[in-house]
Design a protein around this ligand. Sequence first.
Ligand SMILES: O=C(O)C(=O)C[C@]1(C(=O)O)C=C[C@@H](O)C=C1
Length: 336
Amino acid sequence: MTAPASRATEPSPHGRGKARLVLADGVTVGGPRVPIVAPPGTGADAVYVDAAYVDPAYVDAATGSTAGIDMDGATNVTGPGVLVDLTAEPDGGSARYTAASHSGASVVVVADDAAGPDREPARESVDAPQRHTAAAARDAAVVLRLRRDSAPGDVAEAARRAGADAVLVDADDLPALEQARRHGVPVLADVDTASVAAQAAVAVVGGADGLWLSGPVTAGDVGQAREAATRLAPLVRQAVPDSVPGCREALDGVDAALATLLEHRVALAGRIQQLKPVGGYAGRDADREAAIVRAMAGRAPSLGAARLAGIVDAVIAAGLDVAEARDDGTPPVWRG
Ligand SMILES: O=C(O)C(=O)C[C@]1(C(=O)O)C=C[C@@H](O)C=C1
């Protein structure tokens, strides 16, 4: 994680007026990909750390001790490209300031109770305790954690009030995800690793631009979240960026989803060959193949039936090749 995060938002192709937040080199919240944000050592695209792990000096100042806190490696985990989570800070004042200013982090995450209607904005406040967060946040991007009881419709307003570049909401808070999407606010979804695959899927389909994994997070959790995002994001985040790298990134996502579906298709077609009275090339069914092409043409009008026929023919032939080559101890009928 070397490149700095950036609070400078850029126009995004995902919806009119939608901004995107750059977390690290090639890692954006609001682009075609849905990045995974998780603690260090889990293989995530971007890393967050709890403020308590930012600087031993903070722990000394706040509690007089580091007892009970595992500080192994703590001092080296922050810096540019790292998100520092300030939402659980006990005193909200000096601790936040010390933690965030010592960290060199590029993104700080603040709670909505630090930016409520009668509080000062996270980025511009002059009153303690928020002034400390504000001071730290001046040079960093701000992500605002919104609690579930924040009324839908207030998402964009809360982000504006806090001077936030993105919001963080519960993975299954679909009204908040929808509000953020509608108002063009980049939105991270807080995925509880107790049910990571399902929550990640719900969040991505609901419109999350990034997944923030919380709880005890393992590399396996990150892998599951990434897989859910890879499979589902291309289905719900259709965009045509205006640069070659942007388009290639989006194409990579679509190709990943296509490959997943092709793999499933090969399995299904292979099973049919075992079940049909005559399977394999010998049992090819032209009427069935024509019906497949017609059905797909309705969903791919740009290609049309004639071009799709060639694609479908190649896909079916590849599936039959695999089926005929398979030697899994259950001989298909055509092998006798
Ligand atoms: O539907 C079948 O009968 C199949 O064997 C599957 C399948 C396919 O891959 O879709 C393969 C060969 C047939 O010609 C038609 C379709």
